[in-house]
Design a protein around this ligand. Structure first.
Ligand code: THU
Length: 130
């Protein structure tokens, strides 16, 4: 098992998902090589819940890193879990277009996609120029 998969599988066990019963784990390899993890954290006020990817990004930024070179997301879904639209935009903030995110099932089925394939036509800082 790759170190990223191992990290994502382990943190998934800590997911707080009593409402969906859908536990997700995410792991990002920061540019330094350090692995950051996140799990989904749901809330009784449903919109206040956060995705696993957002948790991993928050851990990375809190540790002082702002870019990652590889990502891994795992869930107990029948097919490899794909990040939601909001998380694709969040991942694109810190990962270059050619950075690969591997999506996986608990059983080990994997599908890999680049960030630019996950978010074609991304809104990026170039649009902010006037
Ligand atoms: N979820 C994630 O954490 N990441 C994904 O990529 C897909 C969905 C979470 C949000 C919610 O807690 C649960 O999965 C069901 O949507």
């Amino acid at each position: 098992m790759s170190d990223l998969r191992e990290a994502a599988m382990a943190v998934r066990m800590n997911a707080h998902a009593p409402y969906s019963n859908f536990k997700v784990g995410a792991a990002l390899r920061g540019a330094s090589g350090t692995i950051y993890r996140g799990c989904n954290v749901e809330n009784v006020a449903y919109p206040e819940g956060t995705c696993a990817e957002a948790g991993a990004i928050a851990a990375m930024v809190a540790a002082g890193e702002t870019s990652f070179t590889e990502g891994y997301v795992v869930a107990g879904s029948p097919l490899p879990v794909t990040p939601c639209g909001g998380c694709r935009q969040k991942l694109a903030e810190f990962g270059a277009g050619d950075v690969v995110v591997t999506m996986a099932t608990v059983e080990g089925v994997e599908e890999a996609m680049s960030i630019s394939a996950l978010l074609p036509g991304a809104f990026d800082s170039s649009f902010l120029g006037r």
